[in-house]
Design a protein around this ligand. Structure first.
Ligand code: NOJ
Length: 451
């Protein structure tokens, strides 16, 4: 006899959508907002596909009410949004822009009216350009020192309604990619030492933001960071390969997770960075490693690892035929989500893991007869969810899952061509059409199980 065992999630599991201000809001120069480094970067010829800018994006700044209503209609209970620093403080310091605060007040109120719990990211890469010009941006600790008062402003203004705070999104992308690889804003190509310094400034900013939530967050306030460590997947689930994958995970992700959770730059860090280590002050780590309430993980892809001498592990290159999304960096490796969550639980004993992003980017064609049959995305998400379910079954404390993203949006250097939404956006008319994946995900939420 067949006995079906439904892949049900814990009763209090939090389902939601994730998005970020610069990728959807548009209104890039409206109501007092000054440029971010991304507004500048997008205008450098050759940096972003088709020269796409963030100027209008999904025009969510004006259409947020409709968007949140659709999100609620799809059954989401949580929404991870971000706040634009240059909308709140146009030059990153000093006077607060009242129209910026007004907008986020309205946005948070609209979330609550639609039954959506807001999870607010304080920084999702849109650094005020003035901080880049005046301080050198993340190269300089004055940027972290400016982040403190900004974070306090947010917590004081919105903390009566926002209880879940995420300090920073993906340090790697705005430090390593922004100042080392030059592929993201501000597009610099600095030495390894300077890049490691940008990581350190970011960690300090996180610390200041945690302090702001602890001091001013009020009852029930919680805080964490969203990181995108490279998930290491043991080639076989045997003791030797698992040990190798753990070792690799610690070493290759040591710039962020070790100082956060160990309160110092460790042997693993120095093994990775050598003489290019960041400079720091003795007290920095007290700030950086304050206890947090959850760790947000953005998981899209992973690396296979097997046990090997002399360093204990070998990272296997993915062959050209390994399946990927149209975003070719996004290899389809569902076990990544299981292992990433498990590694942080086992290695750092994080109290709670939240998948703050997971999803897939394809160049979807426009709707035909009102439908976008994105089975590619649906299957990607479904396979990752199965592995997440397995992690929960194995005792990993996973509290929630946010799908990236609600609607198609500005995919950084891939512009508008690369679509991560489960809702199709027609940028010419700003018409939103839920894709097959949205309807399917909506059933998952409603039944609290993989359907
Ligand atoms: C992670 C980033 O946080 C988000 O902004 C981006 O669009 C997705 N990955 C997809 O690349």
């Amino acid at each position: 006899m067949i006995q079906v065992r439904p892949l049900t999630f814990p009763q209090d599991f939090q389902w939601g959508f994730a998005a970020a201000a610069p990728q959807i809001e548009g209104a890039a120069f409206e109501d007092g907002k000054e440029p971010s480094v991304w507004d500048t970067f997008a205008r450098i010829p050759g940096k972003v596909l088709n020269g796409d800018t963030l100027d209008i994006a999904c025009d969510h700044y004006h259409l947020y009410e409709k968007d949140l209503a659709l999100m609620a209609q799809l059954g989401a209970k949580n929404y991870r949004l971000s706040i634009s620093w240059p909308r709140i403080q146009p030059t990153g310091r000093g006077a607060v822009n009242p129209k910026g605060i007004d907008f986020y007040n309205r946005l948070i109120d609209a979330c609550l009216q639609n039954g959506l719990t807001p999870w607010v990211t304080m920084f999702h890469w849109d650094l005020p350009q003035a901080l880049e010009d005046d301080f050198g941006g993340w190269r300089d600790r004055r940027t972290a020192e400016a982040f403190g008062p900004y974070a306090e402003t947010l917590v004081k203004a919105l903390g009566d309604r926002v209880k879940n705070w995420i300090t920073l999104n993906e340090i790697f992308c705005f430090t390593q990619d922004g100042y080392g690889n030059g592929t993201k804003a501000p597009g610099a190509k600095e030495s390894e030492q300077v890049v490691n310094q940008t990581y350190h400034t970011a960690l300090l900013a996180h610390g200041y933001a945690v302090r702001a939530v602890r001091e001013f967050g009020g009852p029930g306030a919680r805080v964490g960071i969203t990181d995108n460590p490279i998930p290491t997947i043991p080639l076989t689930e045997t003791e030797r390969d698992i040990e190798a994958a753990q070792k690799a995970f610690i070493e290759i992700n040591s710039r962020v997770l070790e100082p956060l959770y160990r309160g110092e730059y460790t042997e693993a860090y120095f093994k990775t960075v050598g003489e290019d280590a960041a400079q720091f002050k003795a007290d920095d780590f007290k700030l950086i490693s304050q206890p947090t309430d959850f760790l947000g993980l953005n998981v899209y892809t992973g690396q296979f690892v097997r046990a090997a001498e002399p360093q204990g592990y070998e990272i296997l290159p993915l062959p050209a035929s390994y399946p990927t999304a149209d975003a070719t960096w996004l290899a389809h490796a569902p076990q990544a989500i299981y292992w990433c969550a498990r590694h942080v639980a086992e290695i750092y004993e994080v109290p709670s893991v939240i998948i703050t992003e997971n999803g897939a980017g394809y160049d979807d064609a426009p709707p035909v007869n009102g439908e976008v049959l994105d089975l590619h995305r649906r299957d990607y998400v479904r396979n990752y969810l199965k592995e997440l379910h397995r992690a929960i079954g194995d005792g990993v404390p996973v509290e929630g899952y946010f799908l990236w993203s609600f609607m198609d949006n500005y995919e950084w250097m891939d512009g508008y061509q690369r679509r991560f939404g489960v809702v199709y956006n027609d940028y010419a008319t700003q018409t939103r059409t839920p894709k097959l994946s949205a309807k399917w995900f909506s059933r998952v939420i409603a039944e609290n199980r993989i359907v």
